[in-house]
Design a protein around this ligand. Structure first.
Ligand SMILES: [Zn+2]
Length: 207
């Protein structure tokens, strides 16, 4: 009799535990679905922002780009490009230079928008320079360092400090001096985590 009771006790707690873990799995699945649904909606907002940009409605596009920036876990490179370009149209040159530079750092010269990004960057840089010379009032601008940047499937980015060469050339009175880049540990590239730290000024050089 005792044996029977013990057995049924274990069976009961066993099935209760199983039910619990099934419940947990179900919740996880629901959470995942919710995340995917959210990501899909944000992607749609981003697509309509790009459409509005093509229609030259830069203010409306800006609102949607900002929504996408606020609701994406990490910023994809194409968003960096489109937001940088839109910022140029809005006269936010510092913001434009910042995001277009980011796109070029992420994609190099082989990205889908690399050529255009370089052109827009050139325009934004000279407009920024002109603006600084006239010291006109600058509006509050959104900069990439406040976001986590998605470095793509490789998870690494060419080191922007040494441009991948692993050495930094310093010119002084005596000529040129070569120093090992202290940011990428002689690799020429940074992990996505380090790259994001660098953008925030949080990546300490190795001694
Ligand atoms: Zn480096």
């Amino acid at each position: 009799m005792m044996k029977f009771l013990l057995c049924s006790f274990f069976l009961l707690t066993g099935s209760a535990l199983m039910a619990q873990s099934a419940e947990r799995e179900k919740l996880q699945q629901l959470e995942q679905q919710r995340e995917m649904e959210k990501a899909r909606k944000v992607r749609m907002v981003l697509d309509s922002a790009i459409y509005l940009q093509e229609q030259e409605d830069y203010e409306a596009a800006d609102t949607k780009f900002k929504f996408a920036l606020a609701n994406m876990k990490s910023v994809p490179s194409d968003l960096a490009y489109f937001f940088g370009k839109n910022s140029f149209y809005l006269g936010k040159y510092k913001q434009s230079v910042d995001w277009l530079t980011k796109y070029i750092q992420l994609k190099g010269t082989t990205g889908q928008h690399s050529a255009e990004a370089a052109e827009w960057l050139k325009k934004a840089e000279s407009s920024l320079l002109a603006e600084r010379q006239t010291e006109s009032i600058k509006t509050q601008q959104i900069l990439s360092r406040d976001y986590t940047i998605d470095c793509g499937p490789t998870g690494k980015v060419t080191c922007p400090v040494c441009n991948g060469s692993t050495v930094i050339i310093k010119k002084d009175y005596f000529g040129e001096k070569y120093k090992t880049c202290q940011y990428c540990k002689k690799l020429g590239y940074l992990s996505c985590e380090d790259y994001n730290k660098l953008l925030r000024g949080q990546l300490r050089p190795a001694q």
